[in-house]
Design a binder for this molecule. Sequence first.
Ligand SMILES: NC(=O)c1ccc[n+]([C@@H]2O[C@H](COP(=O)([O-])OP(=O)(O)OC[C@H]3O[C@@H](n4cnc5c(N)ncnc54)[C@H](O)[C@@H]3O)[C@@H](O)[C@H]2O)c1
Ligand SMILES: [Zn+2]
Length: 374
Amino acid sequence: MKTIELHIADPPTPYQVMIGAGLIDQAGSMIAPVCPHDRAMVVCDQAVADLHAARLKASLTGAGYDVSLISIESNEERKSLDTVSRLYHEFTGARLDRHSPVIAVGGGIVGDTAGFAASTFMRGLPFVNVPTTLLAMVDASVGGKTGVNFAHHEGARGSAHPAKNLIGSFYQPVLVIADVNALATLPDRHIRCGLAECIKHAIIGDGEMFAQLERSGGATFSAWDDEARIEFIARNVMVKANIVERDQRESRLRMVLNLGHTYAHAIETWPGVNLWHGEAVALGLIASVGAGLALGITSPDCAQRVEQVVAGVGLATRMGGLPSNDELIEAMRGDKKSHGNRIRLIVPREIGSVEIVDEVSASAIGSGWDRVRK
Ligand SMILES: NC(=O)c1ccc[n+]([C@@H]2O[C@H](COP(=O)([O-])OP(=O)(O)OC[C@H]3O[C@@H](n4cnc5c(N)ncnc54)[C@H](O)[C@@H]3O)[C@@H](O)[C@H]2O)c1
Ligand SMILES: [Zn+2]
């Protein structure tokens, strides 16, 4: 098992991210010391209710908790205030008080939604995150962002437009438990999506991990033993933790975590495009490299290595049927992370180092799109 301690300025109490094999069965005894209480609420993903959440519940019961369990369907439409409201009803019905832990078991959707409900119910209940997807282990469960989507009108393209994570809070968990055994049931396509964020982390701040990805290619993660998986997840958590600890609320430094994402958001929300987030991020990483080359920031060697690693783990590096650059750039301007009419991009310099470029010309952004266009 590996334990990483996160030190965030607000709240000042550090908390631990525990990564290991079989931890769900021991969760009760891990949670009890940080949340001494008689009652606990498990909010789980329907997909893991019978498997992992049931074992977690048994472990909590064994540790003396009176446990309620509610499962939610995880899709972006259900990541909503309606679901949060349903959770509030359940919390009330279970007579939770200000010290009752809320324990999320699932991917990023459940973690973000349950975390937001926990952060607002009675002005904040202790929150424990038990991520069960690779993406949630290396990304969504680290850093304390919680929230839900909100469909607003007059969106970027006129009609009712669901804006991702528009409602939310910064709320740190009291504990994160990542059990690599939970990933045994996760389909490969989801593993690859998680790997896209891992490649992002490696480019941002871990050249050695990048080299590991280069060496293992298609055998990355799926062929590794528990020890290698635990070590790899821990390295990813450390890259993100290192940034979040220095800039909790994204005043500047934390923006580097958006590497590839301004591009990714423009394509993944395009009507008729059926890309999963990690797949869009993979393309976004390559597009950022394209922009970086045009700006003279990214070295050609770095560009080539990024492309090879993305292809190596089995993610697409090109996409057919993309809209025009002008249309895509317009969509990028509508992104929540853009500022005014300007588009900010995170661009790799070398492996392990990136630069924040505040105002990128349309032609450089277009060079990025051209690089992923089939
Ligand atoms: N808070 C943050 O900092 C942050 C960062 C990145 C992403 N996110 C959010 O995370 C969400 C994406 O997270 P995700 O990729 O984990 O998606 P997800 O929560 O939708 O999970 C992916 C799918 O896997 C299923 N699943 C989960 N665990 C499983 C398991 N062990 N075995 C089998 N199936 C399993 C789920 O039911 C779902 O169908 C997005 O909503 C995104 O906005 C948040
Ligand atoms: Zn992402």
